[in-house]
Design a protein around this ligand. Structure first.
Ligand SMILES: Cc1cc2nc3c(=O)[nH]c(=O)nc-3n(C[C@H](O)[C@H](O)[C@H](O)COP(=O)(O)OP(=O)(O)OC[C@H]3O[C@@H](n4cnc5c(N)ncnc54)[C@H](O)[C@@H]3O)c2cc1C
Length: 435
């Protein structure tokens, strides 16, 4: 008797959630195809590279997720595997990463810096984009990844899932005064690529082969906004695929975060390598207030990053505050880059003249940076297949067993990489138990 062919699964989204789900599914013997619209894997944990014209100097910037910390058993085990594979290492800052306070006029209270000594900060090696690649490798040969391709629509005929693929939207927000950049990754990254015809041919082939396949089950692992769109009325004739999931994901709000990536020809005199900047709410509210800059880091101090300007310079990543970034959601990236450079100069109490001090500068807009009100986890009901697994699933996903579909991502747990990973891990286990 012929052996039954292995079940197949589609994973939409190649961030922590999608890669965690893919690994669980391949370990259980499924053939998995993961489709990612960005050029690389890792989602918001990613790196932009650039080349300085004339000298050919290579620069890297971790412009999204900054560092990873231990949070939960599954996540901590994943971090240890990544460490053993050499894909993450400690950011040994000698107490130079922490928090600092802003004065009422948003200037830096330098004496307020307080090092965050309580936890180990792990970063990707040699850059943050190594993490997505390593997680995909850990899923083994049963995982096929297709990047640079967007799942435009999904359909379910009662037995199988099919995909309508499309090109990613052009969301490039790259600004490179006087220069051209290299490769990068992450949601919405469409920076210039070489050999456009060849890439286009490969993409057409991948899209055709994807559309010819049928899948037994589907995991969506995207931001809340993309989840609501794909499972709501987007792309399938106005009929929601999973209205309840789309509504729940659509209720999760997120903020814009502008990221400045700048390489300076000289060093800045700031008393830290990374700091979260905020000030207490004068009205006594529980939430800290952010100014124009919420976070800034001397990116080149992370392990394995290239020296800048022969060691004379530095790379900085500056994240705009939530309110400041939201107000500029529709602004031109060139203007935002200039504004954030001025803010960096103001915080460092120096003058930064682009033509004189800047080797490379660009801005990226994260449209859905963090879930502000993540969906509260809903543990599987006692007696349900997911509860019977004995894994103690916390319910950080939304399962539609009738559709062989599960939705996950940080929006279903919390605003950190480790939350997204656990959401994907739980989602895949719950899906397998239900089909
Ligand atoms: C600026 C910034 C700083 C951060 N700093 C930290 C930090 O220091 N520490 C920390 O732990 N967390 C941090 N985070 C949060 C962390 O990055 C996220 O919580 C986590 O990466 C989310 O993972 P995810 O898999 O849920 O989503 P994502 O990483 O967003 O992955 C979803 C993927 O789905 C893809 N996708 C979307 N739609 C489609 C489609 N239709 N077809 C195919 N692919 C699609 C996207 O391109 C994306 O790659 C930060 C986030 C940002 C933006």
């Amino acid at each position: 008797m012929a052996a039954a062919s292995p079940k197949t699964a589609l994973v939409v989204g190649g961030g922590f959630a999608g890669l965690a789900a893919a690994q669980v599914l391949t370990e259980k013997g499924l053939d998995v195809v993961l489709v990612e619209q960005g050029r690389g894997l890792g989602g918001r944990m990613c790196t932009r590279t650039a080349t300085v014209p004339g000298t050919g100097e290579r620069l890297t910037f971790d412009h999204g997720c900054q560092y990873l910390t231990a949070r939960s058993p599954q996540w901590d085990a994943a971090l240890e595997r990544l460490r053993a594979a050499g894909a993450v290492a400690a950011w040994e800052t000698g107490g130079r990463v922490g928090t600092a306070t802003l004065n009422a006029d948003d200037s830096l209270d330098e004496g307020s810096f307080s090092a965050d000594k309580g936890k180990e900060l792990l970063v990707g090696c040699p850059t943050n984009s190594a993490v997505g690649r390593a997680l995909a490798a850990a899923a083994g040969p049963r995982l096929t990844t297709i990047t640079g391709t967007r799942v435009g629509a999904l359909s379910w005929d009662g037995k199988a899932w099919r995909v309508k693929a499309s090109r990613p939207p052009v969301l490039s927000l790259r600004v490179t005064p006087g220069g051209r950049g290299g490769s990068g990754s992450g949601e919405g990254d469409t920076s210039p690529i070489s050999s456009v015809d060849e890439k286009e041919r490969q993409r057409e082939e991948a899209m055709a082969s994807l559309e010819s396949r049928a899948f037994d089950m589907t995991v969506t692992a995207m931001s809340s906004v993309s989840t609501a769109k794909l499972l709501g009325d987007g792309g399938h004739g106005g009929v929601p695929l999973a209205a309840d999931v789309a509504v729940a994901a659509g209720a999760v709000r997120s903020n814009v975060c502008w990221a400045l990536m700048v390489a300076l020809k000289r060093k800045l005199d700031l008393p830290f390598d990374g700091a979260l900047l905020s000030r207490p709410d004068p009205a006594g509210g529980p939430l800290p207030l952010y100014g124009p800059v919420a976070w800034l880091s001397r990116d080149c101090t992370k392990p394995g990053r290239p020296a800048v300007a022969g060691g004379a310079g530095e790379t900085w990543v500056v994240h705009g505050g939530p309110g400041w970034s939201n107000d500029r959601a529709a602004a031109a990236p060139e203007a935002v880059a200039r504004e954030l450079l001025e803010e960096l100069a103001r915080l460092a109490q120096t003058e930064l003249v682009p033509e004189r001090d800047v080797l490379h500068m660009e801005a990226h807009r994260w449209n859905n940076a963090y879930p502000l009100n993540p969906r509260p986890p809903v543990p599987p009901p006692p007696g349900s297949p997911a509860a019977e697994l004995g894994l103690g699933l916390g319910g950080c996903y939304m399962l539609r067993a009738d559709l062989a579909l599960v939705a996950c991502g940080d929006w279903a747990k919390g605003p950190r990489g480790g939350d997204a990973y656990v959401s994907g891990w739980e989602a895949a286990h719950a899906l397998l138990a239900s089909v």
